[in-house]
Design a protein around this ligand. Structure first.
Ligand code: NAP
Length: 255
């Protein structure tokens, strides 16, 4: 098998959550350019249409599913709808995420619960719904999009860091329970990336400047740089990587 074949996704069906903006929209393009068909999940119809156009421009099929992943029943329904439409999902990328940056003394219980529901509970619900079909075919890839905040403290990120640390732990248990079925589960942990969330959290130059100063590469990540690592973790080339947290952080957590 050639290098190109080992990194390709021809014939694979990928489900991407948070596909309507930022990293998720770019990821739909990248996975489809590698040959995958894509189920795009989010709430915003216009953003989903953009993701669909990106996939179809690459010659892929794209199914869009509107769902509010803060709601447990909707997360499970989205995964079931994908299975009903396409049979098996070979690749799950839990990318949808929210951040409500506040000092811990100011964060509300409702905000805390919302962040955990989208960032942590939904990935578990999506995975447990899709994984029986992966087990049956003895193959699957799950990539959970976490954050550099899973390894380092950032002020105003208490609830968010808890959700992303939780996601890293959940991913390791996914590996422990599902590796025997040839399913690989890993996280990708980006540094600041200038998506709508990146703008929301780091748009203020007074916040961004000191953050970038701590990144040895001297800049934030581009969405495509995060997506290319996810692509690798979705491909056969990464079959021996399981239960790992892969940091796309320009060296931030190395110091
Ligand atoms: P983004 O631009 O804000 O996009 C977030 C995506 O999540 C959107 O497609 C949004 O879709 C979806 N989403 C949010 N709440 C949802 C809900 N209740 N139900 C369904 N979908 C929902 O964020 P991004 O920067 O691309 O982030 C992608 C992932 O990377 C997240 O997990 C984030 O935590 C992580 N990350 C980002 C950064 C960064 O600096 N940008 C750094 C580290 C990690 P709808 O609004 O249409 O529902």
């Amino acid at each position: 098998m050639s290098v190109a074949e080992r990194f390709a996704l021809h014939g694979k069906k990928a489900l991407v959550t948070g596909a309507s903006k930022g990293i998720g929209t770019e990821l739909c393009r990248v996975l489809s350019e590698a040959g995958a068909d894509v189920v795009a999940v989010a709430r915003d119809a216009a953003g989903l249409a953009e993701a669909q156009a990106g996939v179809e421009a690459n010659g892929g099929r794209c199914l869009t599913i509107s769902a509010d992943l803060a709601c447990a029943a909707e997360a499970e329904r989205a995964a079931k709808d994908a299975l009903a439409a396409w049979g098996t999902i070979d690749i799950l990328v839990n990318n949808a995420g929210v951040s409500v940056p506040k000092l811990m003394v100011d964060q509300t219980v409702a905000e805390w619960d919302f962040i955990q529901a989208v960032n942590l509970r939904a990935p578990w619900l999506m995975a447990r719904t899709l994984v029986p079909a992966m087990m049956a075919q003895k193959a699957g890839k799950i990539v959970n999009v976490s954050s550099q905040t899973s390894a380092v403290a950032l002020i105003e990120h208490g609830a968010y860091a808890a959700s992303k640390n939780g996601l890293n732990g959940l991913t390791k248990v996914m590996t422990a329970e599902w590796a025997a079925y040839n399913i690989q589960c890993n996280t990708v942990c980006p540094t600041v990336t200038m998506t709508p969330m990146g703008q929301q959290v780091w748009g203020d130059p007074a916040k961004l400047g000191p953050m970038v100063a701590k990144i040895p590469s001297g800049r934030v990540a581009q969405t495509v740089e995060v997506c290319d690592v996810i692509l690798f973790l979705c491909s056969q080339a990464s079959d021996m990587i399981n239960g790992q947290d892969i940091f796309v952080d320009g060296g931030y957590t190395a110091l």
